[in-house]
Design a protein around this ligand. Sequence first.
Ligand code: EPU
Length: 333
Amino acid sequence: MGFSLKAHNTFGVEVFAKEFIKITSENQIADYFKASSNQDFFILGGGSNMLLTQDIHQTVLHNKITGIAKVFEDDFTVTVEVGSGEEWHELVLWAVTNNYAGIENLSLIPGSVGAAPIQNIGAYGVELKDCFLSLDAIDTHNGSKKFFSKEECQFAYRDSYFKNLGRGKYFITKLRLQLRKKAKLKTAYGAIKSKLDEQGIANPTIKDISDIIISIRNSKLPDPKILGNSGSFFKNPIVTQSVLQQIQLNHPDVKSYPTNDPSQYKIPAAWLIEKAGWKGHNRGTHGVYKNHALVLVNHGDASGSEIKKLAEDIKASVKEQFGISLEMEVNVF
Ligand code: EPU
Protein backbone atom coordinates (compact mmCIF):
# COMPACT_ATOMS: atom_id res chain seq x y z
CA MET A 1 0.00 0.00 0.00
CA GLY A 2 2.88 2.36 0.73
CA PHE A 3 3.51 5.09 3.28
CA SER A 4 0.53 7.11 4.57
CA LEU A 5 0.87 10.88 4.13
CA LYS A 6 -2.14 11.70 6.35
CA ALA A 7 0.06 13.08 9.13
CA HIS A 8 2.21 14.94 6.61
CA ASN A 9 -0.35 17.31 5.06
CA THR A 10 -2.30 19.88 7.09
CA PHE A 11 -5.55 19.03 5.25
CA GLY A 12 -5.17 15.60 6.88
CA VAL A 13 -6.08 13.84 3.65
CA GLU A 14 -5.21 10.14 3.39
CA VAL A 15 -3.07 9.27 0.37
CA PHE A 16 -0.12 6.90 0.10
CA ALA A 17 3.41 7.36 -1.17
CA LYS A 18 5.39 4.66 -2.96
CA GLU A 19 8.54 5.49 -1.00
CA PHE A 20 9.33 8.02 1.75
CA ILE A 21 12.85 9.26 2.54
CA LYS A 22 13.68 11.64 5.37
CA ILE A 23 16.32 14.19 4.36
CA THR A 24 18.37 15.57 7.25
CA SER A 25 21.37 17.24 5.60
CA GLU A 26 22.45 19.15 2.53
CA ASN A 27 25.04 16.46 1.73
CA GLN A 28 22.41 13.73 1.86
CA ILE A 29 20.17 15.45 -0.67
CA ALA A 30 23.13 16.44 -2.89
CA ASP A 31 24.30 12.80 -2.92
CA TYR A 32 20.76 11.62 -3.68
CA PHE A 33 20.49 13.77 -6.80
CA LYS A 34 24.11 13.03 -7.86
CA ALA A 35 23.53 9.29 -7.66
CA SER A 36 20.04 9.21 -9.02
CA SER A 37 19.05 9.87 -12.58
CA ASN A 38 15.55 9.19 -11.27
CA GLN A 39 13.63 12.46 -11.63
CA ASP A 40 10.52 10.86 -10.17
CA PHE A 41 10.52 12.62 -6.81
CA PHE A 42 8.14 14.75 -4.75
CA ILE A 43 9.51 17.29 -2.27
CA LEU A 44 7.52 17.56 0.96
CA GLY A 45 8.06 20.11 3.72
CA GLY A 46 5.31 20.78 6.24
CA GLY A 47 2.59 19.85 3.72
CA SER A 48 0.73 23.01 4.64
CA ASN A 49 0.04 24.49 1.24
CA MET A 50 -1.04 21.45 -0.72
CA LEU A 51 -4.11 19.42 -1.49
CA LEU A 52 -3.32 15.79 -2.29
CA THR A 53 -5.97 14.25 -4.52
CA GLN A 54 -4.24 10.97 -5.38
CA ASP A 55 -1.53 8.55 -4.25
CA ILE A 56 2.03 9.69 -4.91
CA HIS A 57 3.75 7.25 -7.25
CA GLN A 58 7.05 9.04 -6.78
CA THR A 59 9.67 8.98 -4.05
CA VAL A 60 8.69 11.49 -1.38
CA LEU A 61 11.70 13.45 -0.10
CA HIS A 62 10.68 14.76 3.32
CA ASN A 63 12.70 17.81 4.31
CA LYS A 64 14.00 17.66 7.87
CA ILE A 65 17.16 19.79 7.48
CA THR A 66 17.28 21.69 10.77
CA GLY A 67 19.37 24.34 12.52
CA ILE A 68 19.06 28.03 13.36
CA ALA A 69 22.35 29.95 13.60
CA LYS A 70 23.34 33.58 13.90
CA VAL A 71 26.10 34.13 11.32
CA PHE A 72 26.55 37.91 11.42
CA GLU A 73 25.74 40.68 13.85
CA ASP A 74 26.26 44.44 14.07
CA ASP A 75 24.66 47.15 16.20
CA PHE A 76 21.42 47.12 14.22
CA THR A 77 20.96 43.76 12.54
CA VAL A 78 21.59 40.04 12.75
CA THR A 79 21.85 37.62 9.87
CA VAL A 80 20.34 34.24 10.59
CA GLU A 81 20.90 31.02 8.64
CA VAL A 82 18.08 28.52 8.94
CA GLY A 83 17.73 24.93 7.78
CA SER A 84 14.81 24.62 5.38
CA GLY A 85 13.22 21.74 7.30
CA GLU A 86 12.67 23.84 10.44
CA GLU A 87 9.06 24.74 11.21
CA TRP A 88 8.41 28.37 10.26
CA HIS A 89 6.65 29.23 13.52
CA GLU A 90 9.54 27.75 15.57
CA LEU A 91 11.84 30.22 13.80
CA VAL A 92 9.46 33.09 14.61
CA LEU A 93 9.41 32.06 18.29
CA TRP A 94 13.23 31.90 18.30
CA ALA A 95 13.40 35.45 16.85
CA VAL A 96 10.80 36.78 19.30
CA THR A 97 12.59 35.19 22.28
CA ASN A 98 15.86 36.79 21.19
CA ASN A 99 14.11 40.12 20.58
CA TYR A 100 14.94 40.21 16.85
CA ALA A 101 12.33 42.02 14.75
CA GLY A 102 11.15 41.34 11.22
CA ILE A 103 9.06 38.18 11.20
CA GLU A 104 6.74 38.65 14.21
CA ASN A 105 3.83 39.51 11.88
CA LEU A 106 4.36 36.12 10.26
CA SER A 107 3.67 34.29 13.56
CA LEU A 108 1.76 31.00 13.42
CA ILE A 109 1.93 30.52 9.65
CA PRO A 110 1.96 26.73 9.26
CA GLY A 111 4.63 25.05 7.17
CA SER A 112 8.37 24.72 6.85
CA VAL A 113 11.04 27.37 6.39
CA GLY A 114 11.88 25.91 2.97
CA ALA A 115 8.32 26.43 1.74
CA ALA A 116 8.26 30.08 2.80
CA PRO A 117 10.16 31.49 -0.21
CA ILE A 118 8.25 29.35 -2.72
CA GLN A 119 5.05 31.31 -2.15
CA ASN A 120 6.66 34.35 -0.47
CA ILE A 121 4.49 33.89 2.63
CA GLY A 122 2.79 37.02 3.88
CA ALA A 123 0.42 38.24 6.56
CA TYR A 124 -0.56 41.43 8.37
CA GLY A 125 1.42 43.83 6.19
CA VAL A 126 4.66 41.81 6.00
CA GLU A 127 6.02 39.40 3.40
CA LEU A 128 9.01 37.05 3.63
CA LYS A 129 10.80 39.13 0.98
CA ASP A 130 11.00 42.09 3.43
CA CYS A 131 13.71 40.35 5.49
CA PHE A 132 15.00 37.80 2.98
CA LEU A 133 18.68 37.88 1.98
CA SER A 134 19.43 34.69 0.04
CA LEU A 135 19.02 30.92 -0.05
CA ASP A 136 20.98 27.78 -0.94
CA ALA A 137 19.47 24.98 -2.96
CA ILE A 138 20.50 21.72 -4.57
CA ASP A 139 19.93 21.29 -8.30
CA THR A 140 17.70 18.25 -8.67
CA HIS A 141 19.25 17.35 -12.06
CA ASN A 142 22.85 16.90 -10.93
CA GLY A 143 23.11 17.47 -7.16
CA SER A 144 25.18 20.66 -7.47
CA LYS A 145 24.76 23.50 -5.01
CA LYS A 146 23.27 26.80 -6.16
CA PHE A 147 23.10 30.16 -4.36
CA PHE A 148 20.03 32.35 -5.03
CA SER A 149 20.10 36.09 -4.34
CA LYS A 150 16.86 37.84 -3.43
CA GLU A 151 16.53 39.17 -7.02
CA GLU A 152 16.96 35.69 -8.47
CA CYS A 153 14.04 34.47 -6.34
CA GLN A 154 11.70 36.89 -8.21
CA PHE A 155 9.34 37.40 -5.30
CA ALA A 156 5.82 38.70 -5.91
CA TYR A 157 2.42 38.37 -4.16
CA ARG A 158 2.33 34.68 -3.08
CA ASP A 159 4.72 33.95 -5.92
CA SER A 160 8.39 33.34 -6.80
CA TYR A 161 10.75 31.83 -9.37
CA PHE A 162 10.25 28.46 -7.61
CA LYS A 163 6.54 28.45 -8.46
CA ASN A 164 7.25 29.24 -12.11
CA LEU A 165 10.37 28.52 -14.21
CA GLY A 166 12.19 27.00 -11.24
CA ARG A 167 9.38 24.59 -10.38
CA GLY A 168 10.74 21.17 -9.39
CA LYS A 169 14.31 22.14 -10.35
CA TYR A 170 15.68 22.82 -6.86
CA PHE A 171 15.56 21.43 -3.34
CA ILE A 172 15.92 24.44 -1.02
CA THR A 173 18.28 23.65 1.87
CA LYS A 174 18.99 26.90 3.71
CA LEU A 175 17.63 30.45 4.03
CA ARG A 176 19.41 33.61 5.18
CA LEU A 177 17.29 36.33 6.75
CA GLN A 178 18.19 39.72 8.10
CA LEU A 179 16.44 40.61 11.35
CA ARG A 180 16.64 43.91 13.24
CA LYS A 181 17.74 44.58 16.79
CA LYS A 182 16.04 47.96 16.89
CA ALA A 183 12.42 47.09 16.36
CA LYS A 184 10.61 48.90 13.55
CA LEU A 185 7.24 47.28 14.03
CA LYS A 186 4.47 47.13 11.43
CA THR A 187 1.25 47.86 13.25
CA ALA A 188 -0.76 49.58 10.51
CA TYR A 189 -2.96 46.56 9.75
CA GLY A 190 -6.43 47.36 11.13
CA ALA A 191 -6.86 44.30 13.34
CA ILE A 192 -3.44 44.84 14.98
CA LYS A 193 -4.22 48.48 15.70
CA SER A 194 -7.54 47.71 17.34
CA LYS A 195 -6.05 44.96 19.52
CA LEU A 196 -3.28 47.33 20.67
CA ASP A 197 -5.87 49.98 21.53
CA GLU A 198 -8.07 47.41 23.26
CA GLN A 199 -5.14 46.29 25.44
CA GLY A 200 -3.95 49.86 26.02
CA ILE A 201 -0.50 49.18 24.55
CA ALA A 202 1.10 52.38 23.23
CA ASN A 203 4.65 51.10 22.66
CA PRO A 204 4.38 47.46 21.66
CA THR A 205 7.31 45.05 21.95
CA ILE A 206 8.12 42.41 19.35
CA LYS A 207 6.48 39.85 21.64
CA ASP A 208 3.32 42.00 21.97
CA ILE A 209 2.91 41.99 18.19
CA SER A 210 3.58 38.27 17.91
CA ASP A 211 1.06 37.53 20.69
CA ILE A 212 -1.55 39.73 19.01
CA ILE A 213 -1.04 38.06 15.61
CA ILE A 214 -1.33 34.65 17.27
CA SER A 215 -4.62 35.64 18.91
CA ILE A 216 -6.03 37.17 15.67
CA ARG A 217 -5.09 34.06 13.68
CA ASN A 218 -6.49 31.74 16.37
CA SER A 219 -9.80 33.61 16.35
CA LYS A 220 -10.20 33.51 12.56
CA LEU A 221 -8.28 30.53 11.23
CA PRO A 222 -8.72 26.90 12.29
CA ASP A 223 -5.80 25.06 13.89
CA PRO A 224 -4.82 22.36 11.35
CA LYS A 225 -4.07 19.96 14.22
CA ILE A 226 -7.77 20.12 15.14
CA LEU A 227 -9.49 20.82 11.81
CA GLY A 228 -7.65 19.95 8.59
CA ASN A 229 -7.07 22.99 6.35
CA SER A 230 -4.48 24.74 4.25
CA GLY A 231 -5.01 28.39 5.19
CA SER A 232 -6.21 30.63 2.37
CA PHE A 233 -7.30 28.35 -0.45
CA PHE A 234 -7.42 31.10 -3.10
CA LYS A 235 -5.34 34.22 -3.76
CA ASN A 236 -6.96 37.61 -3.39
CA PRO A 237 -7.77 38.60 -6.98
CA ILE A 238 -6.29 41.73 -8.54
CA VAL A 239 -8.79 43.55 -10.74
CA THR A 240 -8.97 46.72 -12.82
CA GLN A 241 -10.73 49.82 -11.57
CA SER A 242 -13.66 49.24 -13.93
CA VAL A 243 -14.26 45.72 -12.57
CA LEU A 244 -14.15 47.15 -9.03
CA GLN A 245 -16.58 49.93 -9.96
CA GLN A 246 -18.94 47.39 -11.49
CA ILE A 247 -19.01 45.46 -8.19
CA GLN A 248 -19.41 48.69 -6.19
CA LEU A 249 -22.62 49.45 -8.12
CA ASN A 250 -24.42 46.56 -6.41
CA HIS A 251 -22.20 46.25 -3.34
CA PRO A 252 -21.00 49.61 -2.03
CA ASP A 253 -19.55 47.75 0.99
CA VAL A 254 -16.90 45.84 -1.03
CA LYS A 255 -13.41 46.24 0.43
CA SER A 256 -10.44 46.91 -1.85
CA TYR A 257 -6.75 47.55 -1.40
CA PRO A 258 -4.38 49.48 -3.67
CA THR A 259 -1.57 47.57 -5.43
CA ASN A 260 1.76 48.76 -6.88
CA ASP A 261 -0.08 49.40 -10.13
CA PRO A 262 -2.39 52.43 -9.60
CA SER A 263 -4.94 51.05 -12.09
CA GLN A 264 -5.34 47.74 -10.22
CA TYR A 265 -6.98 46.81 -6.92
CA LYS A 266 -6.92 43.75 -4.70
CA ILE A 267 -10.33 42.49 -3.55
CA PRO A 268 -10.64 40.03 -0.65
CA ALA A 269 -11.46 36.61 -2.08
CA ALA A 270 -13.09 35.86 1.29
CA TRP A 271 -15.59 38.67 0.69
CA LEU A 272 -16.48 37.39 -2.80
CA ILE A 273 -16.90 33.83 -1.50
CA GLU A 274 -19.00 34.96 1.47
CA LYS A 275 -21.24 37.14 -0.76
CA ALA A 276 -21.68 34.17 -3.08
CA GLY A 277 -23.16 32.33 -0.07
CA TRP A 278 -20.42 29.81 0.71
CA LYS A 279 -19.29 30.81 4.21
CA GLY A 280 -19.95 27.90 6.59
CA HIS A 281 -21.16 25.68 3.69
CA ASN A 282 -21.08 22.07 4.91
CA ARG A 283 -20.75 18.94 2.80
CA GLY A 284 -20.50 16.52 5.73
CA THR A 285 -16.90 15.40 5.41
CA HIS A 286 -15.69 18.85 4.38
CA GLY A 287 -16.79 22.43 3.84
CA VAL A 288 -16.03 26.14 4.12
CA TYR A 289 -14.89 27.35 7.55
CA LYS A 290 -17.58 29.19 9.52
CA ASN A 291 -15.28 32.02 10.63
CA HIS A 292 -13.41 32.63 7.36
CA ALA A 293 -14.74 32.07 3.87
CA LEU A 294 -11.28 31.68 2.30
CA VAL A 295 -10.51 28.52 4.27
CA LEU A 296 -11.70 25.09 3.15
CA VAL A 297 -11.78 22.48 5.89
CA ASN A 298 -11.67 18.70 6.21
CA HIS A 299 -14.13 17.66 8.92
CA GLY A 300 -12.51 14.24 9.11
CA ASP A 301 -12.54 11.82 6.26
CA ALA A 302 -12.76 13.95 3.15
CA SER A 303 -10.77 12.93 0.11
CA GLY A 304 -8.61 15.45 -1.70
CA SER A 305 -10.83 15.12 -4.78
CA GLU A 306 -13.94 16.04 -2.76
CA ILE A 307 -12.23 19.19 -1.46
CA LYS A 308 -11.03 20.00 -4.98
CA LYS A 309 -14.61 19.66 -6.27
CA LEU A 310 -15.81 22.11 -3.60
CA ALA A 311 -13.06 24.56 -4.62
CA GLU A 312 -14.14 24.25 -8.27
CA ASP A 313 -17.80 24.84 -7.36
CA ILE A 314 -16.86 27.96 -5.38
CA LYS A 315 -14.73 29.20 -8.26
CA ALA A 316 -17.55 28.71 -10.78
CA SER A 317 -20.06 30.45 -8.54
CA VAL A 318 -17.82 33.50 -7.92
CA LYS A 319 -17.14 33.67 -11.67
CA GLU A 320 -20.86 33.58 -12.40
CA GLN A 321 -21.79 36.22 -9.83
CA PHE A 322 -18.87 38.63 -10.13
CA GLY A 323 -17.12 37.71 -13.40
CA ILE A 324 -13.89 37.15 -11.45
CA SER A 325 -11.75 34.01 -11.86
CA LEU A 326 -10.28 33.04 -8.52
CA GLU A 327 -6.82 31.53 -8.64
CA MET A 328 -5.90 28.74 -6.22
CA GLU A 329 -3.17 29.56 -3.75
CA VAL A 330 -2.85 25.98 -2.60
CA ASN A 331 -0.96 23.54 -4.85
CA VAL A 332 -3.21 20.71 -5.98
CA PHE A 333 -1.59 17.36 -6.81
N1 EPU B 1 -13.70 38.84 4.75
C1 EPU B 1 -14.99 38.48 4.45
N2 EPU B 1 -15.45 37.27 4.89
C2 EPU B 1 -14.68 36.42 5.62
C3 EPU B 1 -13.38 36.80 5.95
C4 EPU B 1 -12.89 38.01 5.49
O1 EPU B 1 -15.72 39.23 3.80
O2 EPU B 1 -15.17 35.34 5.97
C5 EPU B 1 -13.18 40.10 4.21
C6 EPU B 1 -13.18 41.19 5.25
O3 EPU B 1 -13.62 42.35 4.63
C7 EPU B 1 -11.71 41.32 5.62
C8 EPU B 1 -11.03 40.95 4.33
O4 EPU B 1 -11.86 39.94 3.76
O5 EPU B 1 -11.40 42.61 6.02
C9 EPU B 1 -9.64 40.43 4.51
O6 EPU B 1 -9.65 39.32 5.40
P1 EPU B 1 -8.35 38.92 6.22
O7 EPU B 1 -7.81 40.09 6.96
O8 EPU B 1 -8.64 37.70 7.01
O9 EPU B 1 -7.27 38.61 5.12
P2 EPU B 1 -7.34 37.77 3.76
O10 EPU B 1 -7.13 38.71 2.64
O11 EPU B 1 -8.51 36.88 3.70
C10 EPU B 1 -4.75 37.41 3.67
C11 EPU B 1 -3.81 36.26 3.45
C12 EPU B 1 -3.71 35.43 4.74
C13 EPU B 1 -3.19 36.32 5.84
C14 EPU B 1 -4.17 37.50 6.01
C15 EPU B 1 -3.72 38.52 7.03
C16 EPU B 1 -4.00 35.77 1.06
C17 EPU B 1 -4.50 34.80 0.04
N3 EPU B 1 -4.28 35.45 2.33
O12 EPU B 1 -6.04 36.84 3.91
O13 EPU B 1 -2.76 34.40 4.51
O14 EPU B 1 -3.09 35.62 7.07
O15 EPU B 1 -4.30 38.21 4.76
O16 EPU B 1 -2.70 39.33 6.50
O17 EPU B 1 -3.35 36.74 0.71
C18 EPU B 1 -2.57 32.12 3.76
O18 EPU B 1 -1.96 32.56 2.79
O19 EPU B 1 -2.79 30.90 3.92
C19 EPU B 1 -3.10 33.06 4.74
C20 EPU B 1 -3.85 32.66 5.76
